[in-house]
Each structure stands twice: as structure tokens, then as C-alpha cells.
Design a protein around this ligand. Structure first.
Ligand code: BGC
Length: 755
């Protein structure tokens, strides 16, 4: 069984632990996210990233470019911290509850991933000796996306007293900044301007507008207990006082509703209506809905490792975070840090398509449709972006963005990563292969792919009969602006091949005509795609028998690893980018990643030699790297190595191994860990010819199990030391390849384990 409860007793109260806890125990539902701050706050002088975020809700801010070169990005988007409704201060008579005063007799923090709630439990003795049990449960509702709740229960253990709750709702919020930390914004700005504060029939509402993007958000707060509401220019405070008897629990439930103008023109009414609707039912009903929703999710996506409990817990935690982070509509996406913090300013990267969608496409593909639809909605901006880059045709998606425009400040390691286009097209194809959803292809996917392929044709050129793509950056950010990055070219080849296929499919199904009108695709253009795909230049070095990362990679000087002090890692914090670019040193999987996603483009031997070459020069300074090396090691039969690469990376956030979890979770890494098991150890591939599996069992485990959704059917895959058992849980029989042999799965099949 997956471990659904993560509980820590006496979670640290030092500042670093508190910041970490804010991320680890945050509540999110894909629409809103709330960091796990203490309702009552911390003592003076403590740093906190006190935040509430909405997926896709942003303001613009200036991006200062030292030199004004044409087309450089001068304005970026930042995910905003919206109204703070976390505040609840509790007074026991004349004494205020604080974790930092009086005596903590007991204290724990819990995340329950089956119930979808977090809980802080405290047994506290006040300086005057009053003892109380305080239990605070929080939830971001998956069934009512605008709703966040705090249930605050107090039981006096050795006395009776007057209890007073002072519950705040603040609109005067700013984004986090720290001039001493280069990983987050150095200065902050009042992005959200409060336009109206209202108190109305027991609820308070704050309507705010963003300073530059002109968006609105309304937050509403309501309590189950009647009290008085005081409003100020940018805040509302509710006070509730009651007599509490010894041993009799008292409960305050605080409901927050958020609604924004991106999703609703009548956001103020939506906010009020959602708030009322949530407060009209007992909180137990909201909990029951939450649990039922999650039961449905876990049925589709649980991953269970036998023989390593810690790993099992970490993986369940990671999957839960992906469920919390993924947008539930087409107005958002998945930020690199989900909705858990402000690292990377809430931007969406290729992380979504290449690290997180591979999880959703096999478990809850309906979410992929939202993610890809969001890209589709921003296609016009991608067309504008391509034009800024000098292209005459096609679209170029931004390397990092919220609303669709480019936000990278450093174009060599940002905008130049045009593989983002290939990644999006790859994800469209993977979604189609997993679901067979041709309707999506006809309505959105085809246009995305055609525009992306036009961009390949526009930026590439023929040279000596081969199609070359020059002046790009691949995934490895230590090697920038190169010619013929293998990963990029291989993806472009694949995209172009699929554009032709999709054109034919549309034609066969009589669905071509709208696309002939817009974007105006023609048979002649598609013939050009086919020619470029066939002629795509994929760098290969005869002497080494490997695919060089790009045209100039192999002639560069080797990095002096032996002479690099341990404390100089990650290299990006200690060496000038140009110095890195001049060496053979990789931040992350690049060619090895291409060998995972497009393994049929090279022989096993080339993949093996390349793997061995790149593993010596890759630092894995990005958390997106080891999982890919683990997958390719599995493919090559290097079981031990695959385990080594997999290692502890599933525990990155729970153990804060990169020391920056306070800025938010690492969603791509979380997806990557899932991939290392399902695409790595279980050898899953989605290909044009079908679904492939080739499971092996790491020596440290006694078995593992996972569930798959494939073309409308659900399958359970269970691997133990002897066999791989695949069961059709529901849906039509499916064909699949197991260790290369074709089978039809009608009910159950058991095949001895190989490898
Ligand atoms: C990695 C990128 C990644 C980004 C956001 C960077 O460190 O090099 O590949 O997209 O982080 O996660």
C-alpha cells in the first residue's frame, strides 16, 4: 500500500525549518495554493514566505536589460501573492497562543494524502499554566477549486476561559524578496492594489487589481461562528469571542474563496457564490468530497514500491504534489515550483511537457488536454514571438512564461532553447498515442504541430543535402548557442514526420479543410516537412561512435573535474557562463535525453557509447538530469547504475537536498522520479506501433506496482522477483508489447521476468 500519511513530530521551529515546512505542507488544488504558514505568524525578525497563489494569475514587471539589443525581453510576468487569509490569532483569556512562548507539550505536522488535508496538532501550556489542545486542519478543495478552508479546534484541558479568535483577511500583500538570495527576486513591488474592501452579511470581500496587467482578483472570507467584522483600507478583521468549558472543543471554521478576472468576468459574484455554497454545508461534507476525489485519483495513479518504505512514502508525496500542482482548467499550467512558492516566479517551462506530462498521460490524460489547450490558447503570442526572432512563418513558444509571452532574461540559456517547441509537439503526440483522442488533434493539436514545424523549416537550412538547425541551445544549459544540437534536431525530425502523418490523417477523416484555411496548410508545405524530416542532420562521430551533443562539442576542452573543488558545485554559481560554454561539461541530460525519448533513431551500441561518454562529463546540477540517466541505464541493462542514478532524488524536497525547497517544490524532478520507475525500470514506451513494457526489478526492492490508463482502458502492472503480471482493470482489450513480443491483454497475463 502507498503511504498516504506523512507525519513529523516536533517539526523544527528554527527559521530554516519553518520556511521548509511552509513548502512541504502547503495546500494546493491546481487553481490556488497556500503556503503552510502558521496562522498566528512567527516572532519578530523571522523570515517567512507567506503566500497564496493562483495558477496563471500574474502581473508584469520590468526586466532590465543592460544593453538594449533588438527583441530582448523587457517585461516579464510574475505569479502574484494574493490576499492573505491565513491569519488567525487565538487568545485564551488575556494570553495569546504562540508556538514560541509558553510550553509546547506536544507538536506534530501531518499531511494526509488520501484525505487531502494538512494538520498542525499542538498541546500547549500558556505562561500562566492554561493547557489547551489545538488542532488546525487546512484544505484546498479539489472539488470546489476556489475554496480554501482552515478548521481551528481548541480544547481547554485544565480550565475554562474566554476564547477570542482574531481572524484576518489582508489585501496589502507583496511578493517575497530577499536581496541576499540570488534565487528569488531581489526587490519587491506593490503588484496588487486594493480597490475595495467590503463586509457583507458575515463575510468580508477584498477586490484587488494588478498594477500593470489590469487583472482583478476577489477574495472572500467567512466563518462558521458569528462575530464582528472591522474593515480598514486594505484589510478586514473578524473577531469571535466565546466561553469555552474545560474539555469541550470549540471550533472555528474559516472559509476562503478566490475568483479572478482571467477565468470569470463576474469574479466578484463568483467569489461570493462559491463562498456561500461552501459555507452552507458542514465542513465534514467538504472533507468527504475531497477524500472521494483523491480516492479516484489514487486509483488511477498510485505507484507502490515493495521493500523500501521510505522511498514509497517519498514517491507518494511526489505524486500528490503533482496532483496539487496541475491546473484543472486551460487557464493555467504547472509552474516549476507548482503553487508552493515563488521560485522561478511561477513560470512554466518545458518541465511540463517533458517531465510532468509523461506522468499524467499515463494516469489522468484529461489533465494533459488542459495543459496542451493552454499552449494552444497562447499560439498567437508564440507566432508574434517567432516574428520577433526574425521568422517569417511559424510559432515559437516562450522558454518561460505565465500568460504566453517570453520571460527569459538570459537568452542564450533561455529563448535559444527552441526545443521547447519540439517538447510541446512531442507532448501532443504522446497524448494522442496514449489516448487516441483524434478530436483534440483536429481541433488544436494539428495546428500546434504545423506551426511548430513551420518554425523548424524557417530557422533551419539545407547544407550539402542535409537539413541543419543552427544557433540554438539544447537542454544542457552549460552549452549555449550551438549548431545542430542533437536533441533539438532529433525532436524536429520527429515533429516533422508527425506533421506529415497528421496531415494525412486529417485528410482521411475529412477534417483538413479548416486547417487549410487557418493556418493555411497545403500539400506542398507538408511535402517540405517530409523532406526536411528525412534530410535532418543528426550529428554522429565515426571515431567515437557516439552522437555529439552538437557540431562543436567534441572539439572543446575537457572540464577539469579532478581540479574542481567540491564546494564549487553547482558550477553555475562559481564559473562565468562563457567559461562553462567553452568546455565539455553538461549541466543535465541532453543527448542522453534524446536517446530516451527517441530511442529508435540510433542503434543500441551508439546509445550505450554515448551514455558512457556523457555520464563522465555531466554534473547533474539540474534536478531534471539523474532521472533521465537512470531511465537510459535501465534500457541498456545497467540495473545497478539505474538504481544509483535514481538514488535519493525522490527525496529531494522532503530532505531539502538542494537547499532551496523553501522557494517551492521541484515539480519536474517529481515527475522525473515517476518516469525513472515507469519508463525506466518498467521500460514503458509510447510509440506509433503501440505500448511497450520491459520490466526489470531493482535488487533492493521485492516488487512494484502501478496503474496505467491507455486508450480508455485501465491496466495494473505488478512486478515481483519472478514475474510481471498485467491485469486489465477495466475497458476494452489492448495490444501491447512485452519484452518486444506482441500480446493482447484481454483480462490478465503473467510473463516471467527478464533481465
Ligand atoms: C534547468 C531547466 C529547467 C529549469 C526549471 C533549470 O535549472 O536547467 O532545464 O527547465 O531549471 O526547472
Amino acid at each position: 500500500m502507498p503511504h498516504f500519511v506523512y507525519e513529523v513530530n516536533h517539526f523544527g521551529l528554527d527559521n530554516d525549518s519553518l520556511l521548509l515546512g511552509e513548502t512541504i505542507f502547503h495546500n494546493a488544488n491546481g487553481y490556488l495554493g497556500v503556503r503552510a504558514n502558521f496562522e498566528e505568524g512567527y516572532p519578530e525578525g523571522y523570515k517567512t514566505v507567506r503566500g497564496t497563489y493562483i495558477n496563471g494569475f500574474y502581473d508584469f514587471s520590468e526586466m532590465k536589460q543592460a544593453e538594449k539589443l533588438y527583441g530582448l525581453v523587457e517585461e516579464k510576468q510574475t505569479m502574484l501573492n494574493v490576499a492573505d487569509t491565513q491569519g488567525i490569532r487565538l487568545f485564551l483569556g488575556d494570553e495569546e497562543f504562540s508556538m514560541f512562548g509558553g510550553e509546547l507539550l506536544d507538536y506534530s505536522r501531518t499531511l494526509d494524502m488520501a484525505k487531502g488535508t494538512t494538520t498542525r496538532r499542538v498541546r500547549w501550556r500558556s505562561p500562566q499554566g492554561k493547557e489547551a489542545e489545538i488542532t488546525i486542519r487546512r484544505m484546498a478543495s479539489f472539488t470546489r477549486l476556489s475554496i480554501f478552508t482552515i478548521e481551528y479546534r481548541v480544547t481547554l484541558l485544565n480550565c475554562s476561559a474566554k476564547l477570542r479568535f482574531v481572524s484576518s483577511h489582508r489585501g496589502d500583500v507583496m511578493n517575497y524578496h530577499d536581496p541576499d538570495d540570488p534565487r528569488v527576486a531581489a526587490e519587491s513591488f506593490q503588484h496588487l492594489l486594493v480597490r475595495k474592501v467590503e463586509a457583507e452579511r458575515g463575510s468580508s470581500f477584498i477586490t484587488s487589481q494588478t498594477a500593470k496587467s489590469g487583472l482583478f482578483v476577489c477574495s472572500g472570507v467567512r466563518h462558521n461562528l458569528a462575530g464582528t467584522i472591522t474593515t480598514g483600507e486594505a484589510f478586514a478583521v473578524s473577531e469571535v469571542t466565546l466561553d469555552a468549558e474545560e474539555g469541550m472543543p470549540v471550533r472555528l471554521v474559516k472559509y476562503t474563496a478566490l475568483a479572478d478576472s482571467i477565468r470569470h468576468t463576474d469574479y466578484r459574484q463568483v467569489c461570493a457564490a462559491e463562498l456561500e455554497r461552501a459555507a452552507a454545508v458542514p465542513i465534514e461534507q467538504l472533507y468527504a468530497e475531497q477524500e472521494a476525489y483523491l480516492t479516484g485519483c489514487w486509483e488511477k495513479c498510485s505507484l507502490d514500491i515493495h521493500g523500501d518504505d521510505d522511498l514509497n512514502s517519498a514517491l507518494t508525496y511526489n505524486i500528490y504534489q503533482l496532483i496539487q500542482s496541475v491546473t484543472k482548467d486551460a487557464y493555467g499550467n504547472i509552474a516549476a515550483k507548482g503553487l508552493s512558492g515563488e521560485g522561478y516566479e511561477g513560470h512554466y517551462f518545458w518541465d511540463t511537457e517533458m517531465y510532468i506530462q509523461p506522468f499524467f498521460v499515463l494516469t489522468m490524460p484529461e489533465f494533459c488536454k488542459n495543459l496542451l489547450s493552454m499552449r494552444y490558447k497562447t499560439l498567437d503570442m508564440a507566432r508574434e514571438n517567432a516574428a520577433i526572432m526574425g521568422c517569417k512563418r511559424g510559432a515559437l513558444f516562450p522558454w518561460r512564461t505565465i500568460m504566453g509571452r517570453e520571460c527569459s532574461g538570459h537568452y542564450p540559456s533561455g529563448t535559444a532553447q527552441v526545443h521547447i517547441n519540439g517538447d510541446i509537439a512531442y507532448a501532443v503526440i504522446a497524448y494522442y498515442l496514449a489516448t487516441g483522442d483524434f478530436e483534440f488533434i483536429a481541433s488544436m493539436g494539428a495546428e500546434l504541430i504545423f506551426e511548430i514545424c513551420r518554425h523548424w523549416i524557417d530557422i533551419g537550412n539545407y547544407y550539402k543535402g542535409k537539413f541543419h538547425i543552427n544557433g540554438v541551445t539544447g537542454p544542457d544549459e552549460y552549452t549555449c548557442i550551438v549548431n545542430n544540437n542533437y536533441f533539438t534536431n532529433a525532436l524536429a525530425k520527429y515533429n516533422l514526420y508527425w506533421a506529415v502523418k497528421i496531415y494525412d490523417l486529417l485528410k482521411q477523416h475529412g477534417r483538413l479543410e479548416p486547417l487549410e484555411r487557418k493556418p493555411g496548410i497545403s500539400a506542398a508545405e507538408v511535402a517540405e516537412f517530409a523532406r526536411a524530416s528525412e534530410a535532418m542532420y543528426l550529428p554522429y562521430d565515426e571515431e567515437l561512435g557516439i552522437n555529439p551533443q552538437d557540431d562543436s562539442f567534441l572539439q572543446k576542452r575537457a572540464w577539469d573535474f579532478a581540479g574542481t573543488p567540491k564546494e564549487h558545485h553547482p558550477l553555475l554559481l562559481h564559473y562565468h557562463p562563457l567559461h562553462l560554454y567553452r568546455h565539455q561539461v553538461c549541466k543535465q541530460a541532453d543527448t542522453v535525453m534524446a536517446h530516451f525519448i527517441l530511442e529508435d533513431y540510433q542503434s543500441r551500441e551508439t546509445i550505450r557509447r554515448s551514455f558512457e561518454y556523457y555520464e563522465k562529463i555531466t554534473t547533474h546540477d539540474s534536478s531534471l538530469s539523474r532521472c533521465i540517466f537512470s531511465i537510459v541505464a535501465s534500457r541498456l541493462g545497467y540495473k545497478e547504475k539505474a538504481c544509483e542514478y535514481f538514488g535519493d532524488s525522490a527525496k529531494l524536497d522532503l530532505f531539502n537536498t538542494h537547499n532551496n525547497t523553501k522557494d517551492g517544490i521541484h515539480t519536474a524532478n517529481m515527475g522525473g522520479n515517476y518516469m525513472a520507475i515507469v519508463y525506466g525500470f518498467a521500460g514503458l514506451r509510447l510509440k506509433e506501433s503501440g505500448l511497450y513494457l520491459a520490466p526489470v526489478l531493482p535488487d533492493q526492492w521485492t516488487g512494484y506496482e502501478f496503474t496505467l490508463s491507455y486508450r480508455g482502458s485501465a491496466m495494473k502492472v505488478a512486478v515481483d522477483s519472478r514475474a510481471c503480471r498485467i491485469t486489465l482493470a477495466h475497458g476494452a482489450a489492448q495490444e501491447l508489447y512485452l519484452y518486444g513480443e506482441k500480446h493482447t491483454l484481454a483480462s490478465e497475463m503473467v510473463v516471467p521476468l527478464q533481465g
